[in-house]
Write a protein that binds this ligand. Structure first.
Ligand code: XMP
Length: 498
């Protein structure tokens, strides 16, 4: 009944996750007993097989911290200066639960009116006034909501009304929460900016961040390196200048580096891979993206510690339309994983994940982990401010090949050499507020465990055994079978899943 997985996926038609459906297997264990532990690279094991994509609307330090806390790993995007990406890497490596790592940061030229407007649409009660509008820049002062509430002239610049940094109580990194608590209480201020020795803002400690840590300890065992610091990944391009970036990231303690390219089978990537293996052998290198066994074989031979699979399957991708290359993601994952597993190289299924069922399918087809962009865009931890449109609370989500992102520098992903002729391979748009990944991911992982239980696999290894032995059976779904498999015939329903 049904087909063996290779019988279906070796036929010369490529399939997406939605095109296929598995037959149920035999259950002799509880869903809670399913083990999702996996390797994201040859040398890095994680408890949760879900990672966040290196996109500038998905992963900076807040997302990477949350993903590591959840037992996965986040990959910092590189659409920024080397110093900014390194700063985020250091934030992850230095993270402690008692820090507020995403305070509102404004510049001295912003006005009280602008501060009011941001406060109306967010929960911020104070703003750090810094030289640049990002964490890691020099702190100049602080403005709180209550300090200037009665000032009539809202056009005043924050630089002229702020409490200057020399009148603030600040602190450097200290070992334990109690030390911060003591300084905070003694200062009789509600906020304690944490600065490095150059006066740059690292984080802020407030009474509520300390309280939150006590009430809400981290969700399960986090992903950590050998010294107990949170795991952190980062992406780079394959240009000459990215060599310097990779070395700086390695110095900041990054555990894995992604060579980010939409088509990884290139001389640029092979040379970069060989170079990095020589100069930073302590960092695992994830090469890609690939969708065929030929591409995968080249990168494995050059020393890749993991492969990222997917071309044009992402929710914001137009690569298949613009360039006529790519592959249906279910087929791509199966084909590449089939080859890579013979060399013990893990495969990350990147793009096209819309629900927990897609994660089950990717893992059952041989992926060791899935990489999500749109799933995590719009969450509290994703970069960017929320805004309202037609009464809906949204955040921006854009492809790294969208014109908008490329103008900031991400065109190297598409091996673009033209300064004035940019061809977009992605779009920019918006996604709804999804709350925190700290709530979403536990839901997702439990749903994946239930999927594995239905397949009769109590671990990723067991799923591989079932697939290789032919006991895992699969079929394609017609369009009407797909419609039948979704919600239908209701006038309206609630889409809330967690
Ligand atoms: P999802 O479906 O999770 O996909 O939103 C995220 C993945 O899509 C890739 N990516 C792009 N692909 N044009 C593309 O063809 C783009 O502009 C683009 N931006 C991101 C990337 O692999 C990411 O992890």
């Amino acid at each position: 009944d049904g087909l063996r997985v290779p019988q279906l996926l070796d036929q010369g038609t490529c399939y997406t996750y939605d095109d296929i459906i598995f037959h149920p297997g035999y259950i002799n264990f509880a869903a809670d007993e399913v083990k999702l532990g996996t390797n994201v690279t040859k040398n890095i094991a994680i408890r949760t097989p879900i990672v966040s994509s290196p996109m500038d609307t998905v992963t900076e330090s807040n997302m990477a911290i949350a993903m590591a806390k959840l037992g996965g790993i986040g990959f910092l995007h590189y659409n920024s200066k080397i110093e900014e990406q390194v700063f985020h890497a250091r934030c992850v490596k230095k993270h402690r639960a008692d820090f507020l790592t995403d305070p509102l940061i404004l510049q001295p030229s912003s006005t009280l009116f602008e501060f009011d407007q941001i406060r109306e649409r967010s929960k911020h009660t104070f703003a750090c006034i810094c030289e640049a509008d990002c964490i890691g820049s020099k702190l100049l002062g602080l403005v709180t909501a209550t300090d200037h509430e009665l000032l009539k002239d809202r056009s005043l610049e924050l630089g002229s009304v702020m409490t200057s940094v020399c009148d603030l109580v600040t602190a450097e990194l200290m070992e334990d929460s109690e030390s911060f608590e003591k300084v905070l209480i003694e200062s009789k201020k509600g906020k304690l900016p944490i600065l490095n020795d150059s006066g740059e803002l690292i984080a802020v400690v407030t009474g509520s961040t300390l309280k939150k840590k006590l009430i809400n300890p981290s969700p399960g065992v986090p992903s950590t390196d050998r010294s107990g610091k949170l795991l952190c990944g980062a992406a780079i391009g394959t240009r000459e200048s990215d060599r310097e970036r990779a070395i700086a990231l390695a110095e900041a303690g990054v555990d894995a580096i992604i060579l980010d390219s939409s088509q990884g089978d290139s001389v640029y990537q092979l040379e970069m891979l060989q170079y990095l293996k020589k100069v930073i052998p302590e960092v695992d290198i994830i090469a890609g993206n690939v969708v065929t066994q030929v591409q995968a074989a080249h990168l494995i031979k050059a020393g890749a510690d993991s492969l990222r699979v997917g071309m044009g399957s992402g929710s914001i991708c137009t690569t298949q339309e613009v360039c006529a290359v790519g592959r249906g993601q279910a087929t791509a994952v199966f084909k590449v994983a089939n080859l890579a597993s013979k060399c013990n190289i893990p495969v990350i299924a990147d793009g096209g994940i819309q629900n927990s069922g897609h994660i089950v399918k990717a893992l059952a087809l041989g992926a060791s982990a899935v990489m999500c962009g749109s799933m995590f865009a719009g969450t509290t931890e994703a970069p960017g401010e929320y805004f309202f449109q037609d009464g809906v609370r949204l955040k921006k989500y854009r492809g790294m090949g969208s014109l908008e992102a490329m103008l900031k520098g991400s065109d190297s992903r598409y091996l673009s050499s033209s300064a004035h002729l940019k061809i977009a391979q992605g779009v920019s748009g918006t996604v709804k507020d999804k709350g925190s990944v700290l709530r979403m991911v536990p839901y997702l992982t439990h749903a994946v465990k239930q999927g594995f239980q239905d397949l009769g696999a109590n671990s990723l290894e067991k799923a591989n055994i079932l697939r290789n032995s032919g006991d895992m059976r699969v079929e394609t779904r017609t369009n009407s079978a797909q419609l039948e498999g979704g919600v239908h015939d209701l006038h309206s329903y609630s889409k809330q899943l967690w």
